[in-house]
Design a protein around this ligand. Structure first.
Ligand SMILES: [Zn+2]
Length: 327
């Protein structure tokens, strides 16, 4: 469940003046928790007993439904690639389609179950294609009573001007460096200021990439050992996007071959000795085969239905080509 981030206190307080709004455009820097803020606000509007600062009580039945994702007066519209409605096997779209906006019409035509507010969040709003945006325009012009449209974006300039003009623009604060650094420190990110700077001063990107770095480090450690526990490693890796894992393996295999043929590393500076020892007994042809396997895997990574199985099979192939392993 979303909660506010430490840099969002003043945005939250300002937002309370917009509780009666019908169209809000929340915009601000990427990776700063805009959607989390919007979701908190939606929950608060639907809550039966928000507190004096506007926070949802977390105890009423409306809060209960909201937390279970089943509140009848709330809709979150996102590209299909962000949701799990991706079982048909076709490529999940990164756009918000006109069909998704049209699918709202039944919802818009109803009255609130709880006799109060209703909320639609569209995130990221710039993902609406032109048809979707045009389909939304009419509803934005004449929003049903009690309904709030919240458009959330970090690319305000990419929205149709007609959409922007029908909403009240609400600029979200950029987190100040001290608050963001403290946040990262609390989350256990090493060298939090460096991490923040390396991620364009976006604290959530810094946090996400820090987790990624930790996973990559675990993968590299496993690849350097003589024996690999494929099942345990796949368990750890399945939480990361598959394409990302394959890319790490591609970088690794690139350096194995590069070390073998030219004595050079590109992606793993500082590990020269270790990788040189590792590739000494290996056949360059097997390393080239590994690169081909990974190239194919990269294409398949987006369509895997079972990430763990996908990774296990990939790691076993790796072991066959590169090293002995056990499980
Ligand atoms: Zn409540």
């Amino acid at each position: 469940m979303s909660t506010l981030y430490p840099w969002q206190g003043s945005d939250w307080a300002r937002l309370q003046h917009s509780r009666a709004s019908q169209g809000l455009l929340l915009h601000g820097q990427r990776g700063t928790g805009k959607l989390a803020l919007a979701v908190c606000f939606a929950k608060s509007l639907l809550c039966e007993h928000p507190d004096s600062e506007g926070h949802a009580c977390g105890k009423c039945s409306a809060c209960g439904w909201f937390e279970q994702g089943s509140h009848p007066d709330y809709r979150l519209v996102q590209p299909e690639s962000e949701t799990e409605e991706n079982e048909s096997g076709k490529k999940a779209s990164r756009q918000i389609s006109v069909d998704q906006i049209r699918a709202l019409s039944d919802f818009l035509g109803m009255t609130a179950h709880q006799g109060g507010r209703r909320v639609v969040i569209i995130y990221p709003s710039e993902a609406m294609n032109v048809n979707a945006a045009n389909a939304l325009l009419k509803s934005l012009e004449e929003p049903p009573e009690g309904l709030l449209f919240m458009l959330v974006t970090h690319k305000r300039h990419a929205l149709l001007p007609t959409i922007v003009s029908r909403c009240i623009s609400f600029a979200l604060a950029t987190p100040d460096v001290a608050t963001a650094t403290r946040f990262l420190e609390k989350e256990g990110v090493e060298r939090p200021f460096d991490a923040l700077a390396a991620n364009g001063f976006s604290p959530l990107d810094a946090l996400q990439n820090a987790e990624g770095n930790e996973t990559r480090e675990k993968l590299l450690r496993a690849l350097q050992q003589k024996r690999m526990d494929v099942f345990a490693l796949a368990e750890v890796l399945q939480k990361t996007e598959q394409a990302q894992v394959v890319q790490w393996l591609q970088q690794w295999s690139h350096d194995l071959l590069s070390q073998k043929l030219a004595g050079r590393l590109r992606y793993h500076p500082g590990r020269e000795k270790l990788i040189a020892d590792l590739v000494a007994p290996l056949d360059a042809l097997d390393l080239a085969r590994l690169q081909n396997v990974l190239k194919t895997a990269k294409r398949e990574a987006r369509h895997t239905l079972n990430p763990k199985l996908f990774l296990e099979s990939l790691l076993f192939t790796y072991c066959q080509l590169v090293k002995p392993c056990h499980s």
